[in-house]
Design a protein around this ligand. Structure first.
Ligand SMILES: Nc1ncnc2c1ncn2[C@@H]1O[C@H](COP(=O)(O)OP(=O)(O)OP(=O)(O)O)[C@@H](O)[C@H]1O
Ligand SMILES: [Mg+2]
Length: 319
């Protein structure tokens, strides 16, 4: 019979999965903007944002700073406040209190610097893809040659070439996603707000969106990218902001955040398998090996992943 034992971390090994309290305790308020180097060009500064809807405190002291050329992966459970925050940055809703500046100015004055790809498709069903890009590019000040150049580039990058003349209402879900992303990017915004731009997308669509976003960041654009699919953030080389209950509770590079999480050690001997979570995986392995009662047949040491980070915050945000 296979026995699976969840072992406690050895005393003194600084082990165990950190509680949410632990995450809070190890990060200070200054960490919200931390990944930037001093002297970085700050594009977005959001300080202590609050927003209440009836009984729901959608944002509850939300702070985030984004530097030029930075891709921030904004993650968190359903209801954490991610969309509310992005809509606020795009001036679609107003905070009850708190302050947002984009390039040092009020968001209402900086609307042209921002492009938002909303979580839910918001396009005109009877207009074609090309008409969307012409409309949104034109509204944002692009004229003839520049508009044509941007449309051509996005059509190739987001695989829209074949569907440019089709009405959006008849497009598939993935095709609409790509169109929505193109609308957000057409005027080459300095700050891109992409709210689950690949939700429900097939791998090709996902890759097209990621490639275009990486390209824009490489040119110095700033991106806030929400997703529930964390490998995307690794590919985007994003810094991470974890939102929970209306505020950012962890902020930093993936490597920095993962330093605070334990790794996993698994040892199989005979018919038994023992697993241990520990910060010091070497110490844990020594402990497990010394307690083995039969020949060891398998050893696995696994570093923490972004999925583990997400799971360590595994309390629903549905309020
Ligand atoms: N217009 C609104 N009226 C009432 N409640 C709202 C409104 N907008 C957002 N909320 C509530 O605010 C909270 C935060 O919602 P928000 O959409 O920002 O979450 P989210 O982090 O984007 O979640 P998801 O991952 O599901 O997209 C939720 O409890 C939501 O029900
Ligand atoms: Mg959302």
């Amino acid at each position: 019979m296979n026995e699976l034992v969840e072992a406690a971390a050895p005393p003194g090994a600084n082990g165990g999965v950190p509680s949410d309290q632990g995450t809070h305790a190890t990060l200070t308020a200054m960490d919200y903007g931390d990944p930037r180097e001093s002297g970085d060009d700050i594009v977005l500064a959001a300080v202590d944002l609050r927003k209440r809807y009836g009984d729901v405190q959608a944002l509850d002291g939300f702070c985030l700073t984004v530097a030029a050329g930075e891709v921030v992966g904004l993650v968190g459970h359903n209801g954490a406040g991610k969309t509310t925050f992005l809509e606020m940055v795009a001036s679609l809703i107003r905070p009850d209190s708190g302050r947002i500046t984009i390039d040092g100015a009020d968001p209402m004055q900086s609307r042209g610097l921002v492009g938002i790809c909303p979580q839910h498709i918001a396009l005109y069903p009877s207009a074609t893809v090309r008409e969307h890009l012409q409309l949104f590019g034109g509204v944002n000040g692009l004229r003839r040659r520049a508009l044509r150049r941007e449309i051509d580039e996005l059509a190739v990058g987001l695989r829209l070439t074949e569907i440019m003349a089709r009405r959006v209402g008849v497009l598939s879900g993935g095709q609409q996603r790509r169109t929505q992303a193109a609308v957000a990017l057409i005027h080459r915004p300095r700050l891109m707000l992409l709210d689950e731009p690949t939700a429900g997308a097939d791998p090709e669509t996902r890759q097209a969106v990621l490639d275009v976003v990486k390209g824009r960041a490489a040119e110095g654009g700033s991106v806030i990218y929400t997703t529930h699919y964390l490998p995307e953030l690794t590919e985007l080389q994003a810094t991470i902001a974890v939102a929970r209950r209306g505020r950012v509770i962890a902020r930093g590079t993936g490597a920095k955040l993962l330093e605070q999480l334990p790794g996993q050690v698994r040892v199989r001997f005979g018919n038994d398998e023992v697993r241990m979570s520990a910060m010091d995986t070497t110490g844990a392995l020594v402990t497990l090996l010394s307690s083995a009662t039969a020949a060891v047949t398998e050893i696995e040491i696994r570093k923490p992943s972004l999925d583990d980070l997400y799971r360590s915050l595994a309390v629903s945000d549905d309020r």
